[in-house]
Design a protein around this ligand. Structure first.
Ligand SMILES: [Zn+2]
Length: 113
């Protein structure tokens, strides 16, 4: 038996409220964490509409990938690991900054690397 590519693959998952529900793969979204390799699927429940998230083992991920489910790779931005000490900028800081940029010679204050 050959399945046509246009035929939607049905996915079964558990909704927290409705129990087991069935839906087409086109409404499911896969997220793979780039660091841990953990895969999760989020889907809107066809019965109650609440979005559910389930963890997926790798064989299931590959199966869904073949079925054409879009996979998003989640990566942590490098900025997330930077230490941010000190208070956040407020409006006065921004106003000062804008004023300083209007003065000639501000480039001299840039840090040399
Ligand atoms: Zn539901």
């Amino acid at each position: 038996m050959r399945s046509k590519p246009s035929e939607p693959t049905l996915i079964r998952a558990l909704c927290r409220d409705c129990g087991e529900v069935c839906f087409g793969s086109s409404i499911a979204r896969l997220h793979v964490d780039a660091d841990s390799g953990t895969a999760r699927m989020s889907f809107p429940c066809p019965k109650c509409g609440v979005r559910g998230v389930v963890a997926l083992p790798l064989p299931v991920v590959n199966q869904l990938r073949r079925a054409g489910v879009a996979i998003r790779l989640l990566t942590r931005p490098a900025e997330a690991d930077e230490a941010h000490a000190g208070p956040p900028l407020d409006e006065l800081d921004a106003a000062d900054f804008a004023r300083l940029l209007e003065q000639p010679g501000w480039e001299a204050h840039l840090q040399q690397r």
